[in-house]
Design a protein around this ligand. Structure first.
Ligand code: KG4
Ligand code: ZN
Length: 304
């Protein structure tokens, strides 16, 4: 629906939420082989995000909780990405113990989070401009690839030579990130090369994608290493849509081996936006009896 516009159109997104929410909840209950009567509480995403879509979800959750007289739990989207690492797995060694650090990389956020327990987390580094997912998507756009371009860069990069082109690494203090300079550097790089050869992109797409991906990954992992050195924490997770990137996953495992980290990555389907991560966060808030009253409202932006 959004691809033809080159990005998510908020109004279309909220209308689609309205149209589909009942059918989606029905299908989720059916697929989970359960029914509404067996549900103990309703968790919903309160923030951050597109306000129209958040309002549909929060109003629906409130109505459901009220009609069933069960607790209502609000969830912060970024906290949920982190806690996707705690979704039970057949192999318990795949679940991190506390404290751990999590690099959360999505379309809207890039954060390093220090977690002392499921509900006690602190952001110790974040992007000052674009998010890592945006860096992938904007680079893809410059290359003429459709939205969202992150997964396409990943695919082309697999066939490319990552050392062919060199893009700059920004010098940002502390544990913060910046990706806007990289986007500008890629723009100028492409303009100069296209001047010499009009089919530069078509002839070199895998190498360009591999080189861009390697730079984004090295920016992320250098800061993650710094965070581990500063905190002394060696249980390290990644989360968020960009954690689905194969270059990041491989380099993360390699960096982990070199530095004696215990590394954790959620299952592929729990990296990009999903309801499982909202449910696991709801579960921990349920245990802590961290409930909302019915006057709670969604918000587009919020700290956690
Ligand atoms: O967490 P997410 O699903 O949604 C947000 O909360 O933003 O992240 C979406 C972002 C998009 O920017 C998308 O391009 C990026 O994750 N992404 C990837 C890959 N899969 C998703 N980026 C690079 N490589 C991938 N394989
Ligand atoms: Zn997300």
């Amino acid at each position: 629906m959004h691809e033809q516009y080159g990005g998510v159109v908020p109004e279309l997104a909220s209308r689609a939420h309205m149209q589909h929410i009942v059918a989606v909840v029905d299908k989720a209950l059916h697929d989970a082989k359960t029914d509404l009567k067996s549900i103990n509480a309703i968790a919903f995403t309160k923030s951050p995000g597109l306000i129209g879509s958040l309002l549909v979800g929060s109003q629906f959750a409130k109505s459901l909780a009220l009609s069933m007289d069960i607790p209502l739990i609000s969830v912060h989207h970024m906290q949920a990405h982190v806690l996707a690492n705690l979704i039970p797995s057949a192999d318990p060694s795949k679940i991190p113990s506390f404290p751990f650090l999590c690099l959360t990389v999505s379309g809207g956020h890039t954060q390093i989070v220090q977690c002392a327990s499921p509900l006690d987390m602190r952001v110790i580094g974040e992007t000052i401009d674009d998010a890592a997912g945006e860096a992938f998507d904007k680079s893809a756009k410059l290359l003429g690839l459709p939205y969202p371009g992150g997964p396409l860069i990943d695919q082309y990069a697999k066939k490319g030579n990552a050392s062919r082109f060199k893009f700059p690494e920004p010098q940002i203090p502390n544990l913060n990130f910046s990706f806007s300079g990289l986007k500008t550097a890629i723009l100028y790089f492409l303009q100069e090369n296209i001047k010499e050869n009009a089919s530069f992109i078509a002839e070199n797409l895998p190498d360009i994608c591999a080189s861009i991906q390697q730079r984004i990954v090295s920016i992320l992992l250098n800061k993650l290493k710094k965070a581990s050195d500063q905190t002394g924490i060696k249980n390290i997770c990644i989360a968020g849509g960009v954690a689905a990137n194969s270059g990041l996953r491989n380099a993360f495992e390699e960096t982990g081996k070199k530095n004696n980290w215990q590394t954790f990555i959620p299952k592929f389907e729990y990296c990009t936006d999903n309801a499982g991560m909202i449910a696991i966060t709801g579960y921990y808030k349920y245990l802590a009896k961290n409930f909302e009253s019915l006057d709670v409202s969604a918000s587009a932006r919020a700290e956690f």
